[in-house]
Design a protein around this ligand. Structure first.
Ligand SMILES: Nc1ncnc2c1ncn2[C@@H]1O[C@H](COP(=O)(O)OP(=O)(O)OP(=O)(O)O)[C@@H](O)[C@H]1O
Ligand SMILES: [Mg+2]
Length: 226
């Protein structure tokens, strides 16, 4: 059974008299443990696809099974609970909570999981150590560099042991040194069996993935393994 299975997924946006097919009849299956690159021109539907897989958004039509569960049949509260347990997100612009410290940000996904406070601290500190930022635990996001912020976001993404980590251009705002650190961290997570989907414009990042899915105008036009 694939971890992710999309069948006939459409996503339409109606703005004024205009209707945009952001996704058009997308079929996609992803097995546990795969690392998949999603590529394609600006506006081709990459972020829309990630948003649907990450349960941030719902498709206009089509079927989405995550871990054997039909996500189209869930009410919003259940969807939020499943999202919290199953999905870790990394965004281009980090999306850390500005008033929480690095440690507080990494503890956040565990709040909803009902993990006791001491255990949340322990797990979050272990995750921060893993990304090399144990000595920045008390820093606010504004007191961190861009690369450090993204490493905090990666710690937050995996601390709850999600089924899948979704990364939307995670290195888009980083210089080459920080990019290499982020990619090494994602490599290490993948080596441990973490399923990862990464949207990227960079060819050398895509080549680190076993599979590349290319979108054009909301459709999958290429799906290459090797
Ligand atoms: N909330 C929205 N309302 C209306 N149209 C939208 C909305 N979100 C996305 N779109 C449209 O859907 C299409 C796909 O957008 P999407 O953000 O998925 O592209 P993308 O491949 O991630 O592009 P980029 O590489 O620039 O991030 C675009 O044509 C966009 O204009
Ligand atoms: Mg995008």
């Amino acid at each position: 059974m694939p971890l992710i299975r999309l069948k006939g997924i459409d996503k339409r946006y109606d703005v004024g008299d205009n209707s945009v097919a952001a996704l058009d009849d997308v079929d996609l299956s992803i097995a546990r443990g795969q690392r998949v690159a999603i590529i394609g021109a600006s506006g081709s539907g990459k972020s829309t696809l990630l948003g649907i897989i990450g349960c941030l958004d719902t498709p206009t039509s089509g079927e989405y099974m995550l871990n054997g569960r039909d996500m189209s049949a869930q009410d919003p509260r259940r969807l939020a609970r499943i999202r919290n347990a199953e999905i870790g997100f990394v965004f281009q612009s980090f999306h850390l909570l500005p008033r929480l410290t690095a440690l507080g940000n990494v503890m956040q996904p565990l709040v909803y999981g009902g993990v006791p406070l001491r255990e949340r601290r322990r797990l979050a500190l272990a995750a921060l150590t893993r990304v090399g930022l144990q000595d920045r635990a008390a820093h606010l996001p504004a007191q961190l560099s861009g690369g450090q912020r993204q490493r905090v976001a990666i710690a937050r993404a995996f601390v709850g042991r999600p089924s899948i980590v979704l990364a939307d251009e995670p290195t888009g705002n980083l210089d080459s040194t920080a990019t290499a650190q982020v990619m090494d961290l994602l490599d290490a997570l993948h080596d441990e069996g973490q399923t990862i989907l990464i949207v990227t414009h960079e060819a050398n990042i895509a080549t680190r993935c076993q599979r590349t899915v290319e979108l054009a105008d909301g459709r999958i036009v290429r799906d290459e393994r090797g």
